[in-house]
Write a protein that binds this ligand. Sequence first.
Ligand code: HEM
Length: 448
Amino acid sequence: MAERFVPPYPPRPAAPVPSWRGLYGERARTLVYGWSERAFSETYLFRKVLGWRVHIPLEPQAIQHVLLNNAANYEKPRLVKTLLAPVIGRGLLTSDGPLWRAQRQIVAASFNPPAVDALVPVFAAQAERRAKGWAGGVLDVAEEATTTTMQVITEALFSGDKRLTSRTALTHIAAALEGFSEARLQVLMGLPVFPVTLRGLRGLRGQAYLRRTLTQIVEERLRPGAPDDFVTGMIHALSEKYSRAEAVSLAVDNAATFYLAGHETTANSITWTLYLLSEQPDLQEAVAAEAQAALASGADARLPTRLPLLQSVVEESLRLYPAAPRFDREAIGEDEICGYRVRRGDFVSIWPWLLHRHRALWDDPDAFDPQRFTPDRKKGRHRFQYIPFGAGPRTCVGARFAIAEALTILAVWIARWSFGSVRRPVRLSGSVTLRPLGGMPLKMTPRS
Ligand code: HEM
């Protein structure tokens, strides 16, 4: 029996923290901060935030109702669309109805199993390339993971365009993501989004850089001799359905959507997994042995299937630290969830963070236990109680890509390097995705 290991999570006050505390300070910077113990045992929570009515269902059946059975009644909230519009416009993540369906159809083929399996060598090559620069010692694996997943998404979807992986790009994109927390408050209060701090201003500059660069890339793809990649396929497919201006605008929206959604989340999962393994050296040794054996037959399309132990660790890591700890819907008509009346315009907030650590759904929910994800134990579980990638028609289109990528990068790195704890307290951060505050320095030693 492995020793019980409870990785860190934010303090849980005895009484719920008032909703307005979510608007500034730690709760605004760290979206999983401030939940009381009660939130992990109730079946339903209801909040009023600045006049917005927010329902938080915490029973798998209720979540299934919102995300699948009655999905037609729930759209992406207008508020979220306004907040994200300057960066990802009306792309796949932020559209609804026929526009969403048309875009989902266009991109689906790039993320089906054969398309993703064919990318495994690309994932492995980028992991190796990054590791070549390592000399051992203490390194921020969060930064390593982010740079690597950014390279991967650029190689896989944008033919490796250097404009998306330069240092300038990295700085601007980090600033654009940071800027969201300031804009969020303004959008919530119905104010125009106007930067009031240096962080907000840098965020706007970052967004402008990304949009400008992606617009150039999309327009180049309309010229003869453009590379045959995801962006080119998308702009041509969109051009068949929409006017040229509309097709370009949607292609830029989707290029931004896939570029951002496609790297930060996976980088976080890789980072949390490395952290969890750094705290459990015996398990890390077992994962390393599995990775070495799996890589002995090459980094081929089937590599991820030869890593069952690592897969269970990654799944457990996504349970404890879901990269998207919360996502929202807005009711477009009346409904009832768990006996509670939902009015048109109400928010329904889905919280993997609460669901994945809920007392009624998991034994010893805060403890790390990859055995939860052995095929036998997965069988008896409600499929809406573990939803790191969402569920229903709006489920993450990149889920298979993300898992194959995380498994491949982790296997390549762990097979050759060991990752040790630097005994530094770990705190969580992030107003959209869940990251370790101040990065994740780990002590890296090459394996002999
Ligand atoms: C560990 C990594 C990832 C996690 C945890 C994650 C999580 C999620 C979640 C929870 C949703 C659903 C949101 C909702 O229902 O409101 C989603 C949607 C989406 N994800 Fe991911 N994602 C990951 C990786 C990726 C990757 C690698 C890509 C692309 C290459 C991607 C692209 C998207 C897109 C485009 C959507 C919108 C799908 C739609 O609405 O039809 N994600 N993701």
